[in-house]
Ligand binder design. Structure first.
Ligand SMILES: [Zn+2]
Length: 78
């Protein structure tokens, strides 16, 4: 499941078409204090690359909130 599509309830494999239904592991670390891994479909990873992290996350506020929540749970682990 693509993280950016799932917060939008979008069917990522349908949106990408059959030839491109693979997910990429993407690291975003400029925007948050810690390195964060998200899984993105071809469309979303292309958008991330074109827009840059901060613009991409500003355009996907629900994804940003989800990453923040995930980071908050991980941060107990130190
Ligand atoms: Zn996607």
């Amino acid at each position: 499941m693509c993280d950016a599509c799932s917060v939008k309830n979008r069917n990522w494999s349908l949106a990408n078409g059959p030839g491109r239904s693979k997910l990429e592991n993407v690291r975003v670390f400029r925007y948050f204090d810690t390195e964060t891994r998200i899984r993105l479909c071809w469309l979303c990873s292309t958008n991330l690359f074109r827009m840059g992290e901060s613009v991409f996350l500003a355009a996907n506020p629900a994804l940003k909130e989800q990453i923040k929540r995930n980071n908050a749970t991980d941060s107990f682990d130190f």
